[in-house]
Design a protein around this ligand. Structure first.
Ligand code: TXA
Ligand code: MG
Length: 320
């Protein structure tokens, strides 16, 4: 069995990546499973390790705008403005790719998804490697995204070479993925940069492109981000749970009875705080041997949109 070795220095992670190894690295959103973008065999292993279909393209992580120009081309002025405002940070842009980016990275698409992460550890790895890394979230395909070291190890400990330690994933949900469609910016996946924040720069609220059978961003697949325990999304927590052992996930503290456990994500109902705890809380609930989890829908604003999106997809993995 492969043993995952724990690294503490970004330079060591860069060394391993340059040799074609896979390294789980913390980012400000979730842990990523990184490969050097120049190593096709390492990219291929990402798909193998995650059991991810090869039609699902990866995000390329760059240090800054200069690096972007090596990966993508024809960056429209509006995307330039968004980069200036939101990079480094949880905003991923889908742009026409440069030829040197391998087809496996982009699943054969003529476009590439790129972001500049904000997490100091990811940035230190990029600086030491001096090349972009391709990194999806460090989970098995369709399962809960990892925001803690133990989440990564729980799913991938016997499948990956290295894990790099770093500060916690502060944002807690994946990056927002955007693309141009008929001259307008559209959101392919709601995430860490809110639609309101984008609207403030764009002057209009970008539309969210809904999921389809053959998705543009397979983060749009109707099932995804799922715990093993059946999960239902509700508008309000029922006073009494269904028969059996039930847990609940709610935004802020509330009175309850009959539930095995109720996890609230923020004392004050703060959505940023909630996002940072979201996957960790689902992970804990998933380990409790419950018959089911009831999750109360978040307010449909700010990061609540991304959180509701993740809940909805998690619920679809377990049709009622
Ligand atoms: O926050 C994040 O984005 C994390 C960290 C590690 O950076 N990464 C992440 O990667 O969530 P992943 O692979 O789990 O999700 C990437 C999303 C998928 O929904 C994928 O379909 C979409 O980006 N994507 C990638 N390339 C695309 C492209 N060329 N066109 C449309 N969507 C694309
Ligand atoms: Mg993912």
């Amino acid at each position: 069995m492969r043993r995952c070795r724990i690294l503490t220095h970004p330079e060591h992670a860069a060394w391993a990546l340059a040799r074609g190894r896979l390294v789980a690295v913390p980012t400000e959103t979730v842990y990523g499973l990184a490969a050097d973008v120049r190593r096709p065999e390492a990219i291929a292993r990402i798909f193998e390790v995650k059991q991810r279909p090869t039609f699902d393209p990866l995000i390329v992580h760059v240090l800054n705008h200069d690096w972007l120009m090596e990966v993508a081309q024809d960056v429209p002025p509006v995307m330039q403005r968004l980069i200036e405002r939101f990079w480094p940070g949880p905003l991923t842009l889908v742009l026409p790719k440069r030829q040197q980016i391998a087809d496996l990275v982009t699943a054969g698409l003529p476009t590439v998804a790129v972001r500049a992460p904000r997490h100091p550890t990811t940035r230190a790895v990029l600086r030491a490697l001096r090349h972009p890394i391709a990194a999806p979230s460090a989970n098995l395909f369709g399962r809960l995204s990892p925001t803690r070291v133990r989440h990564v190890l729980h799913q991938l400990h016997d499948r990956i070479d290295y894990l790099l330690l770093g500060k916690p994933c502060q944002v807690g949900v994946e990056s927002t993925v955007i693309a141009m469609c008929e001259g307008q910016v559209v959101i392919l996946r709601a995430g860490g940069v809110t639609a309101e924040a984008l609207a403030d720069e764009l002057g209009y609220i970008p539309s969210i492109s809904t999921s389809s059978a053959k998705p543009e961003a397979p983060g749009q697949l109707p099932y995804h981000y799922a715990p093993r325990t059946p999960l239902r999304v509700v508008d309000q927590l029922p006073a009494h749970p269904p028969p059996g052992k039930w847990g609940a996930l709610v935004l802020s503290p509330l009175q309850h009875s009959g539930y095995q456990v109720v996890i609230h994500l923020s004392k004050t109902g703060d959505l940023r705080e909630a996002a940072a705890q979201f996957f960790e809380s689902l992970f804990r609930l998933d380990l409790m041997g419950l018959d089911g989890i009831l999750a109360v829908r978040f307010p449909a604003e700010g990061l609540g949109v991304a959180l509701n999106d993740r809940l909805q997809r998690a619920a679809q993995s377990h049709p009622a």
